[in-house]
Every structure is written in C-alpha cells, then in structure tokens.
Design a protein around this ligand. Structure first.
Ligand code: ATP
Ligand code: MG
Length: 570
C-alpha cells in the first residue's frame, strides 16, 4: 500500500510495486509474492542484470516474499559452470541471497518432455522434419501469413513414435523438431507453430550426454515459472509479444493454479557501454579487453574490480527506477552514484601520477618531519589520519608547474608561491632544464618554515594548494587510468556498412602510468583498498595484481565529470 507522509501526499510507487500491492490486497495469490531472477549462464552478469536483480530480490524483501535464483541453462553449447559460479558470486556481492532457492532449468528436462508427450497425444504439437530454412520460409512475414509444413498433419501416433526416438538419440541435429500446432496465419508471428524442442547432440555441463532434446526458450520459460509457482514474473519489454505463447503453453499443458503474472519493464541501457552478453563475450574473445573482469567492462565483476561498491550499483538502480518505456541512462548518473558513495568511505591520500622533482634548497639534507594528516575533509564526518613524511626532495605533479602561466594559474611558476598540502608554503626560485631537450627536470624551491599548518605571518595570500610526496619515502606504483569503454554514447551510432560496435571503442579507455609515486602509508594496505588520491580521483588497489612492494591502483572514477566539459567545449 502506498504510504502517506506527514503532508498526506502519497509516496509514488513504480507500476510494478503498485501491481503487487494490488494483488496482495485482492488476495490473488493468497497474499504470496514469489519472484525469480532467471539468468542464462552464457556469460557474466552485467549492470543491466543488476537492475533486474535489485528489482526481483528487492521486491521479495519489501513484501516479505521470496526470490528464486534460477539458471535458464537450456542451451548445452553456451552454458558453463564458470558462468554459473560467477553469477552467484556477483549476486552475493550485490547483497542478495536466494537461501535454499537455487534452481536449474536443466533439472526440469524430464518434466518438459512429459508435457511434450501430452501435447503430442492431444494433437497440440507435431514433429516437423523440415530443414531450418524451409521452416523459416513457410513462416511468412508480418504482412503475409505463413503456410503449413507438409508434416503438419502427422497423426498423434506417428508424432509420438518420432518424439520418443528423438529423445532416444536416433536422429542427428536438425533432423526433426517438435512444434506447437497453433496457427500458421496467426497475426502474432510468435504464434505461428513455434518450435518447442530441438535435437542437440552436445555435452551439457550438468546433464552430460544424458539428453539430446532441448527446450526452446518460449516453451521452457513459462513452464519454469509455473513449476516454481512464481507469482510475479518481471521481464524486459521485448518479451511482451511472447505473453501469448506463454499463455497458450500453460493452457495446453493444463496449468490451473493462479498463473504467474508477467509484467514487462524497460531494460537498462547505459551510455558509453554495451549491455548484452553476446557482445561482451566478443570483447573478451577478441581481446579488446583483458577478460570478463576487466575494469572497463560493464560486468559486475569488472565494476567490482574497478572499485565501485555494491551500494553504488544499488543506488544507481534506485535512481534509474523502473518504467515501461525504453530509455537510455546517462553515464554521468552512474558516475555520480559512484562518487557520492566513495566520497564518504574513501580516505584521502596523496599520489603523484606524473612526477616532477622539487628540491627544497633551504631544507637540511637529511632532515625529515612526519606530519599527522587527516584522512577525511571536514564535511565527511569521519575520524582518522596517517603520518606523512616531509623531506628535502619531493615529487609534485608536472601539470602543477608552468613556466609561463596564464593569469588564472594559481599553482607553481617561477618566482611564485604555492601551498603544499598539509605542509609548507614553497616558492619556486629556479627551473632546471635538460640541456639537450629543454624539458623541465627539476624545480629548486625554498620554503617558509613558519607556514606548517599556518598562514604566512605577514598576511600574504597563497591561492593554490598542490599535492606532493617525499621522494625518498614515496613508493613507486602502477596506476591504471580507466575511462569509458566506448568513445560515443551509443556504440551503434555512425557505423558504415560492414562496421560493428567495436569500431566505436575508446582507444584511450586505459592509460597506464608507471611508475607513479604514492605516499608510503599505502605500503601494507590489503588489495581492494579504496582511496581518494586528492585532486586526481577515486582509486582502488587492484584485487588481483596489487601486492605490497608492487602496488597497482585502478582509477574508479575521476573527481569531476570530465566528459561533460569536453562535450560543452565541442
Ligand atoms: P543478455 O543479452 O545480456 O544476455 P539476456 O536478457 O539475454 O541479456 P538473461 O541471462 O536471459 O540475459 O537475463 C536474466 C534476466 O536479466 C532477465 O530477466 C532479463 O530480463 C534481465 N536483464 C537482462 N539484461 C537486462 C538489462 N539491460 N536491464 C534490465 N534487465 C535485464
Ligand atoms: Mg540471452
């Protein structure tokens, strides 16, 4: 029931929840709510699946119902145990639990077959021995009715005999199929005698070589929901046309309980990426990325390795909401959800990605000071600090120095002063260049000893603050600057004949910096630790490749939406 707030306005629920509340009120399923998440284990889960997971498990939680995890593993050629295992890890990581409700469509093969015999006996299905092309040809088009197959009028006895021999493995792939006997002129193409079972001599990762008769999606899916007594079946909009065949199948096999109610919602389409396992598998197999968990991938595994938290993914799903019209989601919304979540949980650290040497000429050669630097800014209500060493030689960011600065440049330049974060104010006295290339290789600076944690005594204002690390103490690290996987929002846009979405991959989606220099407090943190490297972005130490002594950091997200600036400029 919609809740009223203090003002008496009704909190708006999405249409799926409104429907569920209605069904609870009318007692349609005796008040029961049973949903399911039914992935096909033919790849890794992606952020689009996360939307469906949050919806199905979320609804079950909210209405004291249950949510099944069901593998739709009816294709022996693509289903693998690796995909099954990765999906469970990903769902758990997102914070959901199917408890003892783990199901496999491959456990229902016997039941699918029994129902198929029933359909055949009642003349509601027939064995067609046409080839794939012949079947396609006879199917007609949206504007033309289809025509019956020459095998359509086989007797139930003949069909039953063939079906049993199909199951027994007497025929090669493609020799026969079992089809529903509905109407070859039906206005809904899906209803033109759809295929129910097909012969496939392949080893199934769970059933081995036990079966060679595999169900088609339209036959299996509605029956899976019926077997598990699902009340609400949520699926994406493309399946609206399939409702009719689901109803036909359920009627034909004689399911009498209150039927599963299917409701379609718009799939998540996220800009600058692709959300289809079939496409993602190509990116992996063709080597465009380093694997399913490459941090550029929109897979849950990739997102996790990139440093995004489950809370941020769930928050994105909440922000996107569920609707019944197609839409694309702005990538900036995802990045916003990530920053919003990382801001309060990530301790601040200093890391120099493109180091330029600074020598503090008036600081003693072997002196060092350990500064107690807070880990969080004041607006993040969290305690904590770390010790940072200061010494005579430092690294700063190359981009924080300009020999001939424009008017608004408030960082370091010849004769100018800048504040070193958590430390002194320094002035650039001398610029040392490589005599051959003219490249700036060192800045010789002096410091104002009275400015540690204090403003200059004479009241002069220092406008800029830059980050730095002590050269002697800093740790070398590999930093992987990840960016959007595609260069354009819609990877299908602007393609010419013969080109495909891979043409739109962003060639700069990964820039490796090695070595960057990071403050020594990071030395022993466990892989997977998250930080904000001040002024550079949010980073995570790589869960697979980072180790003490060989640190590797992934950039999760920049601090600002740098692409918005690019778009605004062009
Ligand atoms: P893919 O094309 O990535 O393989 P799929 O729909 O074929 O997607 P399934 O494994 O069959 O993949 O999907 C499991 C569930 O996840 C389905 O209920 C499906 O509706 C849902 N789902 C898949 N992609 C999205 C998406 N982009 N947004 C929302 N839900 C999705
Ligand atoms: Mg699929």
């Amino acid at each position: 029931m919609a809740e009223s707030d203090a003002e008496g306005t009704v909190e708006s629920k999405d249409f799926l929840r409104t429907k569920i509340e209605n069904d609870i009120r009318t007692g349609k399923y005796g008040g029961r709510v049973a949903t399911r998440f039914p992935p096909e284990p033919n790849g890794y889960l992606h952020i689009g699946h996360a939307k469906s997971i949050c919806l199905n498990f979320g609804v079950a939680e909210e209405y004291a119902g249950t949510c099944n995890l069901r593998y739709d593993d009816t294709n022996p050629d693509t289903a693998t145990q690796e995909f099954v295992d990765s999906m469970q890890a990903d769902i758990r990581w997102l914070g959901y639990d199917w408890e003892d409700r783990l199901y496999f469509a491959s456990d229902y093969f016997e039941q699918f077959y029994e129902w198929a015999e029933k359909l055949v006996r009642e003349d509601k299905a027939y064995v067609d021995s046409s080839s794939e092309e012949e079947i396609r040809e006879l199917r007609g088009t949206v504007t033309e009715p289809g025509r019956p197959s020459p095998y359509r009028e086989r007797t139930p006895e003949e069909n039953l005999d063939l079906l049993r021999r199909m199951k027994a493995g007497e025929f090669p792939n493609g020799a026969h199929v079992l089809r529903a006997k509905i109407d070859m002129a039906h206005p809904n193409m899906v209803m033109r005698d759809p295929l129910l079972l097909r012969i496939r001599h392949s080893t199934h990762y769970r059933r081995g070589d036990e079966w060679c008769l595999y169900p088609m999606y339209d036959y299996a899916h509605c029956l899976e929901d019926a077997i598990e007594d699902i009340t609400h079946s949520f699926c994406t909009l493309e399946f609206r046309n399939n409702r009719e065949i689901y109803d036909w199948v359920l009627d034909a096999v004689g399911i009498e309980r209150p039927r599963t109610e299917q409701t379609e919602f718009a799939r998540l389409e996220l800009d600058y990426t692709v959300l289809s396992k079939r496409r993602l598998i190509r990116l992996v197999n063709e080597g465009h990325v380093a694997g399913w968990d490459d941090p550029r991938m929109p897979t849950i595994a990739g997102i996790r390795r990139r440093g995004v938290t489950p809370e941020a993914v769930r928050s994105l799903c909440e922000k996107v909401g569920v609707a019944d019209v197609k839409s694309r989601t702005d990538y900036a919304l995802f990045e916003y959800a990530i920053r919003d979540d990382l801001n309060w949980r990530s301790p601040r650290r200093l890391a120099v990605l493109d180091p330029l040497k600074v020598v503090i000429t008036d600081y003693p050669e072997d002196a060092e000071e350990w500064i107690d630097a807070p880990s969080f800014p004041r607006d993040v209500d969290k305690e904590g600090s770390r010790r940072m060493p200061f010494s005579r030689e430092l690294w700063i960011e190359r981009a924080d120095f300009m020999e001939e600065p424009p008017r608004k440049f408030h960082r370091l330049a010849p004769g100018r002063e800048v504040r070193l974060r958590h430390a002194y104010v320094i002035r650039c006295d001398e610029v040392v260049k490589d005599p051959e290339t003219g490249e700036v290789i060192e800045l010789r600076c002096s410091h104002d000893p009275a400015t540690m944690g204090a403003n200059p005594a004479d009241g002069r204002r220092i406008k800029g603050t830059i980050h730095w690390v002590s050269a002697r103490h800093a740790l070398p690290a590999e930093v992987r600057l990840y960016d959007r996987l595609f260069a354009v929002a819609d990877p299908d846009e602007g393609l010419e004949e013969g080109e495909d979405f891979t043409k739109n991959l962003n060639p700069e989606s990964l820039v490796v910096v090695n070595p960057a220099r990071v403050e020594p407090s990071l030395a022993d943190d466990p892989p997977g630790s998250r930080y904000q490297f001040e002024r550079s972005g949010y980073f995570v130490s790589d869960a697979s490749d980072s180790a003490p002594g060989a640190l590797v950091f992934n950039r999760t997200v920049t601090l600002r939406d740098s692409w918005a600036k690019i778009a605004a400029r062009s």
